[in-house]
Ligand binder design. Structure first.
Ligand SMILES: Cc1ncc(COP(=O)(O)O)c(C=O)c1O
Length: 396
């Protein structure tokens, strides 16, 4: 851990987060924090960001009532925060665009990114095309195969997609390669990390740029319903859409729930549920809840959704959970598919497999007596069509 940062880099009672970065990255991380702090109080930057979020991203996104699904489940009210309706189809664009603007302000001309489900890669490629920055996206080969439409979209936006063959060929390995590439080219390049992970200041930066979700949702709930729901609910991979939705509700008397990937079993390597299965460890520059084996090696993970199979939970979300501000549930692959089916048939909305994990816990919440829910629909499911077809028989 180094000094020299001005913002707090630790979260919660156990001091999660920090900056466990190689020497070569310390100065770039300090520069990034300084640029972020300056931009936060610069009205010109804030105005530009607001205008781009409106005209390019399509914000504010709607808070859509889902009365037919509510009736099926026995809920009094269900509202969906529609990040699936943003340009590029997921919440990832909020952070990608803001960081791209920050990079341009810092005089960087090249952007590096990693991606799992491909949504962050597509969002970054789109933001780079919009701002005239070159873009290289690292993506595991397993994810490239299961999220092929997003690989094509990144390439159409002019990005170079670098396949990562190491390990499981998923998000963890993609982050490794992106960090390596950034360390070798940090004078010209900025690394747009896609979730609230990594060394300080990335978790704070990403969370700040994503809280637009919850700020809008809270104001819309009060305006449209006159009251807040009993439960606010989001899926959790690294934690960026979860923090983005839940943090603005932290002072409110309601339940905040994050849903992790339960995969296809309870054993290590069969899921990505970090709360039950994880222990404190350091991965990609921060200390947090991490799935690891008895020797401390980062464990393999499994999930039907490419965006939820990261072995670590972002440090701020992990701290909020450990300190009792956010509850955790897990949803299995099968439950997520069922959650998606319910939404498709009752409301005509195809959710991303990641978002389907949040949908999957609705029946249990209704059975427990919950009557009103606001759910973060983090992305749209077009990228997952082939999985839905294969697993639900929709192609027949
Ligand atoms: C649609 C969607 N939702 C959720 C996630 C999970 O990421 P995070 O926890 O950072 O929001 C992803 C990640 O790729 C995603 O694509």
């Amino acid at each position: 851990m180094t000094s020299g940062f001005t913002l707090p880099s630790r979260f919660g009672r156990q001091g999660l987060g920090g900056c466990y970065a190689p020497e070569t990255l310390l100065q770039p991380l300090l520069d990034l924090e300084a640029a972020f702090v300056a931009a936060a109080s610069d009205p010109a930057f804030q105005a530009e960001l607001k205008a781009e979020l409106r005209h390019f991203v399509g914000r504010p996104t709607p808070l859509t009532p889902a009365p037919r699904l509510a009736a099926v489940l026995g809920l009094r009210s269900l509202y969906l925060k529609r990040e699936d309706l943003t340009h590029t189809g997921a919440h990832k664009i909020n952070n990608a665009l803001a960081q791209a603007l920050l990079a341009r302000r810092m005089g960087k001309t090249e952007i590096i990114a990693e991606t799992g489900a491909g949504q962050h890669g597509v969002a970054t490629a789109a933001a780079c095309a919009r701002l005239g920055l070159s873009c290289t996206v690292y993506m595991g080969v397993t994810d490239m195969a299961r999220q092929a439409p997003n690989v094509a979209r990144m390439r159409l936006f002019g990005a170079k997609v670098e396949p990562v063959e190491a390990g499981q060929g998923t998000l963890k390995e993609a982050v490794n390669e992106a960090l390596r590439a950034w360390a070798g080219n940090c004078n010209k390049a900025h690394y747009i990390l896609g979730s609230a992970l990594g060394p300080h200041p990335f978790p704070t930066l990403v969370r700040t740029f994503q809280t637009v979700i919850g700020e809008e949702a809270r104001a819309q709930a009060l305006e449209q319903c006159g009251t807040l729901p009993e439960v606010v609910l989001a899926c959790a991979g690294g934690g960026s859409n979860g923090l983005g939705l839940l943090v603005p509700f932290l002072q409110d008397p309601l339940r905040r729930i994050a849903v992790e990937a339960g995969g296809h079993g309870a054993g290590l390597g069969e899921h990505a549920a970090r709360l039950d299965g994880g222990r404190m460890g350091v991965l990609h520059g921060c200390r947090t809840l991490l799935l690891q084996d008895d020797h401390g090696h980062t464990a393999e993970t499994a999930s039907i959704s490419a965006g939820l199979d990261y072995p670590a939970l972002g440090p701020e979300l992990a701290a909020l959970i450990l300190d009792g501000h956010v509850e955790v549930r897990r949803a299995s692959d099968e439950e997520a598919l069922e959650g998606a089916r319910l939404l498709c048939e009752a409301e005509g909305i195809l959710p991303a497999l990641e978002s389907s994990h949040a949908l999957a816990v609705l029946p249990a919440l209704a059975r427990d007596g919950v009557t009103s829910v606001l759910l973060g629909l983090s992305g749209r499911g077009d990228k997952d069509l082939s999985t839905y077809q294969a697993r639900t028989g929709a192609s027949a």
